[in-house]
Design a protein around this ligand. Structure first.
Ligand SMILES: Nc1nc2c(c(=O)[nH]1)N[C@H]1C(S)=C(S)[C@@H](COP(=O)(O)OP(=O)(O)OC[C@H]3O[C@@H](n4cnc5c(=O)[nH]c(N)nc54)[C@H](O)[C@@H]3O)O[C@H]1N2
Ligand SMILES: Nc1nc2c(c(=O)[nH]1)N[C@H]1C(S)=C(S)[C@@H](COP(=O)(O)OP(=O)(O)OC[C@H]3O[C@@H](n4cnc5c(=O)[nH]c(N)nc54)[C@H](O)[C@@H]3O)O[C@H]1N2
Ligand code: SF4
Ligand SMILES: [Mo]
Length: 738
C-alpha cells in the first residue's frame, strides 16, 4: 500500500479524532492527537513562541460547518491558529484544514497587483489602468452579453455588493456561483417540498437525535466538526446509519453501513419508505395534520419494483440491510438525515432531494429537536452567497426576479434610475459554459470573483474551449489560478484574514470574520474593488460604503431573513441563525416547528420514480467513475496546496480501484494507470482498496495537473442544472505491460 495512504488511514480513525480530543499541528508529516487545555495549533512544538502576539477571533475559511478559531498575529503577521472555545459550533476543536488555515495566507505567490494581458503575457499594472480598461469593456457589451460569477468563498457583504453591481450597474440577469455545482438540487427540491431550501436544524442539535441517517455525505472528512456531533449522539445511544458507494472513514463509525452503486438513491429511499408504510411505522398524525399529496407517494413507493428483493438488483444492497435501515430510522424517538453531494450531484439530484424530504415527512421527523433534513452546505459562505441573491432567479432573500414588485423594491432601495436587469431568470453556470461553446455570440464578457471553473467544472476539455470564446474576462482571486490564464485582467483580492465581514454557515448561522493583518501588496477586499469599479462607471452614489458594517446594515434592510440581525450580534460567539425577522428576535435554530413555508403551511410529498444515471458503464467503458474530496484538500487546491502540513499528507491525484478489479486487471498498488472516458484521458497512480464496491472507482478532484473533471460528464439535472459529478463511465488500463 502507498505509504501516504497508510498514514491517512491511520489518522482518520474518526473516533480518535473527534471524541473530545484536540487536533494539534505538527510539521512532522502527521497529525498529533492530544488531550489538553491549550494548544497553539500550527506550531512545531505546540507552544506559542515567547514573543508579543495577539489573537483575532474569526471563522474558518473552508467548510460550511463554520468553526470559530483564533488567528495568532506576531509582528503584524499571521503566524498560527489557536482554539476559540466559546463557539457552540466547534467548542474549540478544529479539523486539519482549520488548524492550518493560516499557512497559505503569506505565500510568496499571492496576487499583489492588478495584471493586464498583453498578447500572451500579463503585465503588472495599477488599479487606475485596470479599472479604466474594465469599465470601457463593461460599457461596451449589452447587459445580456455579460455574465457574472460570484463567490461562496467571499463574505455576505461582498456577495451582496457583487449582486447589486451585476444587476444594477451591468444590468445583467446572468449571475450565479458555485452553489449551482453543489446544492442547487437542495434549493430547488426542498423549496418545492417545504417552501425553503435551507438546512432545517442545527449542528449541536444532532446530538439530540436517536438515529442519524447519513446519505451521500462523507461527514468525517468533509464536515469533520459535524462528524463530532454524530459521535456525541452515538455516545448518548443514537444509531448511525450510513449509505455511500464507498466504505469511507465515516462508514467505519456507522452501526449500519450500506454500500451501493452510485445513482441508486431514489430506489433505496423508495424501498425504505415502502417498508415503513407496509409495517405502519409512519407518523399518521403528522401526515394528516402537516402534509399534502401523501396518496401519490404511497402509490409509487408500494410498487413491486421497490420491494427490497428487487431494489437489491438495482443498488446491490442486501434486502436485510434495506429493511433494517427502514426500521431503525422510522422507529427511533427522533431521527435526522444528513446529506450532501452524493445526493445532489446527479441528473436526478432534485428527485433525490425530494425523496429525502418524503422520508422525513413520512415519519414526522421534521420541525423538532433531533430531527430534520440537514443538507450540509459545502463552502464557508455558500449559504450566504445564496441568501444574498447571487443566483440567476432571485434577488437577495430569495425574492423572485420575475415578480414586478420585487424589482421595483430593489431598483428603488438601491437607487438605480429606472428598471434594473431583465426580469427573466438568467443563465446558470453550467448553461453559461455550454452556451459559450454552442452559441458563442450570446455571452461575450465575464466578471468572475473567487471561483476556479478551469478545475471545478465538469468536462474540462470542453470548458477550456468554451472560455476561449469569451472576448473579455476579468478574474478576481487571491492566487493566479488555472482560470486566470484565460483572463484579460486579473484583480488581486484580500483573503479572509485580511478583511472584515460576515459569513453564513450551513445551519444559517451568521458569524463574523475579522481582519488580522494587512493584505499583501496592493490586494484589496473584494467589496472595495467592486465599489471602486462602480464609482468609475458612474455609480458612486449607489456604492457609498466606507465599511463592511455599512453594507451589512443595508443587507438587513433588504433581506427579510436578516432583518433583525445586528452587526454586533454577528460578532458574538455563535452569531445568530436566520430567520431573524425583527430586532431582539433570538434567531431560529429549528425550522418549521409550527408550519412549513408553503402557501398553506403544509409540506408537500413529491412522489418520484427511480431513473438511471445519464451515463452507465458498458463494454467500452466498464467502470463507474465517481468523484469527491479528501480531508486534506480543498476543492481546486489553491489554498490547501500552499499549506505545508496538508501537502505533506497528500499532494497528488490518484484513483481508488476495488481490490478484486485490480487483481483481475493485474494492477498493483501505486502503479500508474490510464483512465479514459468519452471526454478525456488521465494517467495517475492506482490505490487498490477494499472499501469501494466492485466495478466502482473514485477520484478526488483537487489536483489541477491531473484533474478528475477531464473525465466527468456535463449532463445535468433538468431543473437544478447541477452536473452529474458523481456518475460517469470510464475505462482503466495498465500502461506497462510487464
Ligand atoms: N476536506 C474537504 N472538505 C470539504 C470540501 C473539500 O474540498 N475538502 N468541500 C466542501 C464542499 S464545497 C462540499 S459541497 C462538501 C461536500 O461534502 P461531501 O458530499 O461529503 O463530499 P463528496 O466527497 O463530494 O461526496 C460525498 C460522498 O458521496 C458518495 N457518493 C458518490 N456517489 C454517490 C451516490 O450516488 N449516492 C450516494 N448516496 N453517495 C454517493 C461518495 O462516495 C462520497 O463519499 O464538502 C465540503 N467540505
Ligand atoms: N469532479 C468534481 N468536481 C466538482 C465537485 C465534485 O464533487 N466533483 N464539486 C463541485 C462543488 S460542490 C463545488 S462547491 C465546486 C467548487 O468550485 P470552485 O468554487 O471553482 O472551487 P474553489 O477552489 O473553492 O475556488 C474558489 C476560488 O476562490 C479563491 N478565493 C479564496 N478566497 C477568496 C477571496 O476572499 N476572494 C477572492 N476573490 N477569491 C478567493 C480561491 O483561490 C479559488 O481560486 O467544485 C465543483 N466541482
Ligand atoms: S470542520 Fe470545516 S469549518 Fe471546521 S475547521 Fe474543519 S474545515 Fe474549518
Ligand atoms: Mo460545494
Amino acid at each position: 500500500m502507498n505509504p501516504v495512504y497508510q498514514k491517512v488511514q491511520k489518522v482518520l480513525i474518526p473516533s480518535e479524532i473527534l471524541r473530545g480530543h484536540h487536533l494539534c499541528g505538527s510539521t512532522k508529516n502527521h497529525l498529533v492527537l492530544q488531550e489538553g487545555h491549550y494548544h497553539s495549533y500550527g506550531y512545531e512544538d505546540n507552544h506559542l513562541p515567547e514573543m508579543e502576539y495577539k489573537q483575532v477571533t474569526t471563522t474558518c475559511p473552508y467548510c460550511g460547518t463554520g468553526c470559530s478559531l483564533n488567528l495568532v498575529v506576531t509582528d503584524n503577521v499571521i503566524s498560527g491558529t489557536a482554539p476559540h472555545y466559546r463557539s457552540p459550533v466547534n467548542e474549540g476543536k478544529l479539523c486539519p484544514k482549520g488548524t492550518y488555515s493560516w499557512q497559505f495566507i503569506n505565500s510568496r505567490d499571492r496576487l499583489k497587483k492588478p495584471l493586464i494581458r498583453k498578447g500572451d503575457v500579463f503585465i503588472e499594472s495599477d488599479y487606475a489602468d485596470a479599472y479604466a480598461l474594465i469599465a470601457e469593456q463593461f460599457r461596451y457589451y449589452r447587459p445580456d452579453e455579460i455574465a457574472v460569477l460570484s463567490s461562496a468563498r467571499c463574505t455576505n457583504e461582498e456577495n451582496y455588493i457583487m449582486g447589486k453591481f451585476a444587476r444594477g450597474v451591468l444590468r445583467t440577469r446572468h449571475i450565479d456561483h458555485c452553489a449551482r455545482l453543489c446544492h442547487s438540487s437542495t434549493i430547488a427540491g426542498l423549496s418545492m417540498c417545504f417552501g425553503n431550501g435551507a438546512m432545517t436544524n442545527s449542528i449541536p442539535d444532532i446530538t439530540e437525535s436517536g438515529c442519524i441517517f447519513c446519505l451521500g455525505s462523507n461527514t468525517f472528512e468533509q464536515h469533520p466538526l459535524v462528524g463530532r456531533r454524530i459521535i456525541q449522539a452515538q455516545k448518548k445511544g443514537a444509531t448511525f446509519i450510513y449509505a455511500d458507494p464507498r466504505y469511507t472513514p465515516t462508514a467505519r463509525q456507522a452501526d449500519l453501513s450500506i454500500q451501493f452503486y452510485s445513482g441508486g438513491d431514489v430506489a433505496l429511499l423508495n424501498c425504505m419508505m415502502g417498508e415503513i408504510i407496509r409495517n405502519e411505522w409512519t407518523d399518521a398524525d403528522f401526515i394528516r395534520d402537516h402534509t399534502r399529496d401523501y396518496e401519490n407517494l404511497r402509490k409509487v413507493v408500494l410498487q413491486r419494483r421497490y420491494l427490497p428483493e428487487n431494489v437489491r438488483k438495482t443498488t446491490g444492497v442486501p434486502a436485510e440491510q434495506l429493511k433494517a435501515a427502514a426500521q431503525l430510522y422510522s422507529t427511533a424517538k427522533t431521527a435526522t438525515i444528513l446529506y450532501s453531494m452524493g445526493v445532489t450531484q446527479h441528473t436526478v439530484g432534485v428527485d433525490n432531494v425530494k425523496s429525502v424530504a418524503n422520508l422525513a415527512m413520512l415519519t414526522g421527523n421534521i420541525g423538532k429537536p433531533g430531527s430534520g433534513v440537514n443538507a450540509l452546505r459545502g463552502q464557508n459562505n455558500v449559504q450566504g452567497a445564496c441568501d444574498m441573491g447571487c443566483l440567476p432567479n432571485v434577488f437577495p432573500g430569495y425574492q423572485k426576479v420575475t415578480d414586478g414588485r420585487v424589482h421595483k423594491f430593489f431598483s428603488d432601495s438601491w437607487g438605480f434610475p429606472g428598471p434594473i436587469s431583465d426580469p427573466r431568470p438568467g443563465y446558470e453556470i453550467t448553461t453559461m459554459f455550454r452556451l459559450l461553446l454552442d452559441r458563442p455570440w450570446e455571452i461575450k464578457c465575464m466578471y468572475l470573483m473567487g471561483e476556479n471553473p478551469l478545475v471545478s467544472e465538469p468536462d474540462l476539455n470542453s470548458v477550456e474551449d468554451a472560455i476561449q470564446n469569451l472576448e473579455f474576462l476579468v478574474v478576481q482571486d487571491i492566487f493566479f489560478t488555472e482560470t486566470c490564464r484565460y483572463a484579460d485582467v486579473v484583480l488581486p483580492a484580500a483573503c479572509y484574514a485580511e478583511k472584515n465581514g460576515t459569513q453564513t454557515n450551513t445551519e444559517r448561522r451568521v458569524q463574523r470574520i475579522r481582519k488580522a493583518q494587512e493584505p499583501p501588496g496592493e490586494a484589496k477586499p473584494d467589496w472595495q474593488i467592486i465599489c471602486e469599479l462602480a464609482d468609475i462607471m458612474g455609480y458612486g452614489d449607489q456604492f457609498p460604503y466606507q465599511s463592511e458594517e455599512e453594507i451589512f446594515q443595508e443587507i438587513s434592510s433588504t433581506v427579510p431573513q436578516y432583518a433583525g440581525i445586528t452587526w454586533n450580534q454577528t460578532g458574538q460567539p455563535g452569531g445568530v441563525q436566520w430567520p431573524c425577522p425583527e430586532r431582539g428576535h433570538p434567531g431560529t435554530p429549528i425550522l418549521y416547528t409550527d408550519r412549513f413555508e408553503t402557501p398553506d403551511g403544509r409540506g408537500i410529498f413529491h412522489a418520484v420514480e427511480y431513473k438511471a444515471p445519464h451515463e452507465m458503464p458498458d463494454e467500452s467503458y466498464p467502470f463507474l467513475f465517481t468523484t469527491g474530496r479528501i480531508i486534506w484538500h480543498w476543492q481546486t487546491g489553491t489554498m490547501t496546496r500552499r499549506s505545508k502540513n496538508l501537502t505533506d499528507e497528500v499532494n497528488e491525484a490518484y484513483i481508488e480501484l476495488n481490490a478484486d478489479d485490480a487483481r483481475e486487471m493485474g494492477i498493483r498498488e501505486g502503479e500508474i494507470v490510464r483512465i479514459t472516458s468519452r471526454r478525456g484521458e488521465l494517467t495517475c497512480p492506482a490505490r487498490v482498496v477494499k472499501n469501494i464496491m466492485k466495478g466502482v472507482t473514485f477520484m478526488p478532484f483537487h489536483f489541477a495537473e491531473c484533474a478528475a473533471n477531464r473525465l466527468t460528464s456535463d449532463a445535468y439535472d433538468p431543473v437544478a442544472k447541477i452536473p452529474e459529478y458523481k456518475v460517469c463511465a470510464v475505462r482503466v488500463e495498465r500502461i506497462r505491460g510487464d
